[in-house]
Design a protein around this ligand. Structure first.
Ligand SMILES: C[S@@+](CC[C@H](N)C(=O)[O-])C[C@H]1O[C@@H](n2cnc3c(N)ncnc32)[C@H](O)[C@@H]1O
Length: 269
């Protein structure tokens, strides 16, 4: 399969999941994780009283924290299900159907802080990810912050396979067997689209019962990718909020949080 077709297939596989009616029920969590809390405390000045764009907002887990503090807050998602849910539960919040690969509704430098929480950009193929990061760079004010998480490729050998833990209750055990069989069937269907490349990998992981194909990248390569697009990486945090050295390998962390600012254009003349 050629690259363009592979990208399209990945997009379709993930879209089916995120656009499915009822997907919002998988996003009932309202709490920030440790790395998000640490980063938002540490970099509070980058979003408090400033213009914030929350990409792939889902059901608005992060909205509850950012909306009250920002001077302007805009949430986007490409899933009509998620945006309907936002309109229903938080009608006062500006939330729009918009694909993060095409931020043309927004002007250059319109936002001072852009958040991509819970590995939003990993639903995209490599080419689409680069396009999305370029768009983020464009709508981010020079010196503004892009805070996002992404799946960590160092974890690859420890990626979880579908497993069953038995219960003493036979009904519970029967449900667990049914779920395990469903995960195995999903994995068998989707894992043919997995791919290993020098700079990244695409894996069918446990997210949404093995129905998605997600992008995985190690922090050394992600730092390089961001720098090549005009960002300066301030730091990379593990899920416990610990700052990593650029060469650290972190095989136990499912994802990492990247703190980057957009560089000011070089002065001319
Ligand atoms: C894992 S959920 C994260 C939701 C939310 N950010 C959170 O932290 O709870 C990923 C979200 O990104 C959205 N998404 C995926 N690809 C997208 C794209 N290309 N443009 C906009 N939203 C996208 C999905 O619809 C979904 O709501």
């Amino acid at each position: 399969m050629n690259e363009a077709l592979e990208a399209k297939t990945q997009d379709l596989i993930n879209k089916v999941v995120y656009h499915r009616k009822g997907v919002e029920r998988s996003y009932t969590n309202r709490i920030l994780n440790v790395a998000e809390s640490m980063a938002l405390l540490k970099y509070h000045d980058y979003f408090a009283g400033r213009a914030v764009l929350d990409i792939g907002v889902g059901t608005g887990r992060t909205t509850r924290y950012l909306y009250p503090l920002a001077s302007k807050y805009v949430a986007i998602d490409y899933s009509p299900v998620m945006i309907d849910q936002m309109h229903e539960t938080m009608p006062q919040v500006p939330a729009f159907l918009c694909d993060a690969r095409d931020l043309s509704p927004f002007q250059d430098g319109e936002f001072e802080f852009i958040f991509g929480s819970n590995n939003v950009v990993d639903a995209l193929s490599h080419e689409d990810r680069l396009r999305c990061l370029q768009e983020i760079f464009r709508v981010l004010k020079p010196g503004g912050m892009f805070l996002f998480s992404s799946h960590n490729r160092d974890l690859a050998p420890n990626l979880r396979k579908p497993t069953i833990t038995w219960s003493r209750n036979p009904v519970d055990s029967a449900i667990r067997v049914r779920n395990w069989l469903r995960s195995m069937a999903n994995k068998a269907r989707v894992e043919q689209y997995q791919r290993e490349e020098a700079d990244y990998a695409l894996y069918c992981d446990s997210g949404h019962d093995y129905c998605c194909i997600h992008y995985y990248i190690d922090q050394r390569t992600q730092r390089r990718q961001l720098e090549s697009l005009g960002f300066t990486v301030l730091e990379v945090l593990d899920p416990f909020g610990q700052s990593l050295q650029p060469d650290d390998r972190v095989p136990d962390s499912h994802w990492l949080m990247y703190v980057a600012t957009s560089r000011y254009p070089a002065a001319t003349g």
